[in-house]
Design a binder for this molecule. Sequence first.
Ligand code: GTP
Ligand code: SPV
Ligand code: MN
Length: 587
Amino acid sequence: MANPFELFVKEMQDFLQPDKVYIMDGSEEEAKELAQQAQKETLDGRTVLTKLNEREYPNSYFHRSNPNDVARTEHLTFVCAPTKEEAGPNNNWIPPDEAKAKMNAFMKGCMKGRTMYVIPFVMGGVKSKYAKNCVEVTDSVYVALSMRIMSKAGKQAVERIGNSSDFFRGIHSVGDINPERRFIMHFPQENLVMSFGSGYGGNALLGKKCYSLRIASYLGRQEGWLAEHMIIIGVQSPDGKITYFLAAFPSACGKTNLALLQPVLPGYKVFTLGDDIAWLNIAEDGQLYAINPEAGFFGVAPGTSLKTNPVMIETLKNNNFFPTLFTNTAIDNSNNSPWWEGLSDKPSDLTDWQGQKYDEKSGKGAAHPNSRFTVSIYNCPSLSPEYDNPNGVPISGIIFGGRRAGTIPLVYEAKNWDAGVFAASIIGSETTAAAGGTQGIVRRDPMAMLPFCGYNMGDYFKHWLDMGKNLKKQPKIFMVNWFRKDENGKFMWPGFRDNSRIIKWMIDRIENKANAVETAVGLSPEKGAIDVSGLEISEETVDKLLNVNKEDWKKETVMIEEFYAKFGDKIPPQLKNHLAVLKKAVS
Ligand code: GTP
Ligand code: SPV
Ligand code: MN
């Protein structure tokens, strides 16, 4: 008798009708073979992978996408919960039956002439009770190779699945990469995702946002845990103690950079556990523990340099048996290496991300603003020894943030858990190149989860409040904004490695070593509490960075009210009360 995994493979073979079926085993030889094959294969006229300079970037390959397929497409992403109300105003919705019929019409027989790659994978450590088993089928060798980097894939996953039928199912085909025939449909009741017409990261690597966030958040609500768009770090202070933090910022707003932070402050060190997604559980001791369901980084290339993120540069130049992929960067033809804006001075002979000779006069970037690298977490020199701990790590602080030129202070602390949930629920952030659509528009992005929460966000806020009630020890909640600008449009805070100065204040607060002053929004660092030694920044600028301007906040509350109104009675009364208090404080 075939087991449920084998039956699923057979069912997919009959449905998608590929010429060949390949079940991934996760071995080193397999990675080499797939990379070889991808160098011979073309997908709509583009070679799938090309080898990069082995000396500069060992075991690394370049991938170029169709220009219509370079970011997540939120307007084509649906959560097909049983009712529209359950999916909430934060999700696109059509009835599950209708969605299935639509996707079946696209997908039936769509792999004729192609290979179906079967990727069995585990999200989380294979020994962790918090981990989940998954299977994705895809006709993209790029997706297959990427998922091998991003998760624990292959034999170990087949073994963990065993004879169980409890695994997430993902069906993916690039189709003809036509935006008119592109949909990412989630069926949370069946732990199923169907994705057609895109080969891009979050649309196609189904372990990423589709499963780890949309499906998992839906499951987490039923099972009493949280799936979050968060990094996990351990920060060692000069006394040797390690404090674990989570941090949630919207897409392309600084998670990966903070996850691999090399502090400027002497005696501090950051240990990396995750750069994008965290699953949070309450353990028997009543504390909040986090695991990273992923095993790699799918990070934004532009802006990454030896100066801003030296640990990532080292990670990219490390070599292990997972190949490293670069997608939609430019190519420096002098040495066949990937290049992007911010990496170094502009080389003279560049091929742009679309494969054309780079024309300086075009005024456009040589790399796509959402160009990315896919690299194993095991390449990372700052990887925490606790990364593979099946229990995860105990969390003392949660940081939320966004990208805002004005209004939002560099840092403040919420007075308690509920106030923190409120502060996170009202985050606004300027849109970035990580998703299609206009950039730089302020939209509400609660908990950095707007595009990823797999159910009604009103219910999600309630779930956050309930989690707090069930915690014996509640982590402190902090809000940050690295992106505040001055009158000339320049960032006032140096950011990147200097963000360690803000983390230091948070650790001091957690250990009751620093005082705070009350503002209309929460608790702000006392004068002189942020260590700016060695920085050329005036006291006046620090004051401006921390300032809570009532006029600005009055405007902010209008936007918050508009956002809350969409959710009607689903917004928990506690949060409405907090909003009323805030309105009064800034009136
Ligand atoms: P996703 O992978 O899309 O979820 O993004 P992310 O949140 O991991 O963002 P990432 O760390 O990759 O940073 C995105 C962009 O913001 C990059 O271009 C960075 O160079 C820039 N950035 C990150 N941290 C800072 C900071 O502290 N200050 C400034 N000014 N820019 C930053
Ligand atoms: C994001 O957009 O938040 C990412 C990249 O981390 S993606 O995998 O496309 O979601
Ligand atoms: Mn992300």
